[in-house]
Design a binder for this molecule. Structure first.
Ligand SMILES: [Zn+2]
Length: 377
């Protein structure tokens, strides 16, 4: 079998994926991938699925329910290319699984690079009302395919880290609740065990960077919906690390986590895991900024400044705009990058007084100018 570690589908990289290119690639796959147009988005773009294998265990995985969350789509495209390049690998999955993959559930959001669909609706709040065609398509696929496991694949933003640690979250996982009491019937227990197994394996690659997503019950969410149907459901959230703003490093770990999940299912090794090892995974929490400028004087007071790089689609590429998110004491928070101001006075350029929500790409501390946009990092 091909080694997963550094494999990647070289057709796709960067934060923005061209939906035409993704569609063309899916359409070019051999017949054994069983491409199917499952229906159409609000703007009549086709929503494709692939169905692979004749094995016993049925796994449904979807990505880009939120159009601006492309990392796990890249990981699925890596997986597809990986099994397509090696007949033995393909056979291995074919014998054990029936996989149904939906690389892009929200093509209109993918093209516009928005979380929502073309009706400005969050598909992940539409599990009960089913007003949106994309949400109806996902539930129709679920009802028809009747998966044993569902993988609900997303991206989280760069403000997340591991609780009480200076470790950015690269991957966070959750077995969504199916009721207010967060009860654990056997179907959810299998998801907890699978997550404990994935976390243990991925922690070897990225020690301390795997988190447990916060557990809240919201029946409008798709993960909760599938869990409530008795499908063992796992939420994958691709996170952020260091200067990897294209997330082409992170995708590697998401791809490995996906492969790891299937391996644990294939030999049923996940059943050796306990629910307590799931609850031992440290919590994913908001304790990061993209950039922290520490100990600077602003309007006569000593403050720290936290900035986030806000994504914007421009000419088919994503640009990152440094936006001031927090001015105050940022003890207990970490920066993917930090600048130490040593108590000196700070000014923005060209606007001198730095305020919340300002987009600033250069700062002046004492006599030194720092460029803080990502082009110079
Ligand atoms: Zn999402």
């Amino acid at each position: 079998m091909l080694k997963t570690k550094n494999f990647r589908n070289e057709r796709f990289f960067g934060r923005y994926l061209d939906y035409e290119e993704v569609s063309n690639y899916l359409r070019s796959l051999p017949p054994a991938f069983n491409l199917c147009c499952q229906g159409y988005s609000v703007l009549k773009r086709p929503i494709y699925s692939l169905t692979i294998g004749e094995g016993k265990t049925k796994v449904l995985a979807w990505s880009q329910m939120h159009g601006n969350e492309t990392t796990s789509t890249k990981a699925l495209l890596d997986f597809i290319d990986w099994i397509n390049q090696d007949a033995e690998t393909f056979r291995w999955y074919n014998q054990r699984f029936c996989l149904q993959l939906i690389p892009v559930l929200n093509p209109d959001g993918a093209v516009a690079y928005t979380r929502e669909n073309a009706h400005h609706a969050d598909l992940n709040r539409d599990a009960i009302t089913l007003k949106q065609p994309e949400a109806r398509i996902l539930q129709k696929i679920g009802a028809h395919f009747k998966p044993d496991f569902a993988f609900n694949m997303h991206d989280q933003d760069s403000l997340y880290g591991i609780a009480d640690a200076n470790k950015a979250t690269i991957l966070s996982l959750l077995a969504p609740a199916l009721d207010e009491a967060r009860s654990i019937p056997p179907s959810r227990e299998r998801a907890l065990q699978l997550i404990a197994g994935i976390a243990a394996q991925i922690n070897v690659l990225i020690p301390g960077h795997v988190g447990r997503y916060k557990d809240e019950f919201n029946p409008n969410c798709m993960g909760e919906y599938f869990q409530m149907q008795g499908v063992s459901t796992v939420l994958f959230e691709s996170g952020h690390f260091g200067r990897d703003y294209t997330r082409d490093q992170v995708r590697k770990y998401v791809f490995n986590a996906f492969v790891s999940a299937l391996s644990l299912l294939a030999d049923q090794a996940y059943k050796n895991q306990t629910t307590s090892s799931y609850f031992d995974i440290p919590l994913n929490t908001e304790n990061f900024y993209d950039l922290i400028i520490r100990h600077v004087e602003r309007e006569g007071a000593m403050v720290d400044i936290g900035l986030k790089y806000v994504e914007e689609l421009k000419d088919g590429k994503i640009i990152f705009l440094p936006r001031v998110e927090k001015i105050g004491n940022l003890k207990g928070y970490y920066g993917h990058k930090e600048i130490e101001g040593l108590g000196q006075k700070i000014d923005g350029i060209p606007k001198k007084n730095i305020e919340l929500n300002d987009i600033i790409d250069r700062i002046h501390i004492n006599n030194e100018i720092f460029t803080i946009d990502l082009t110079n990092n």
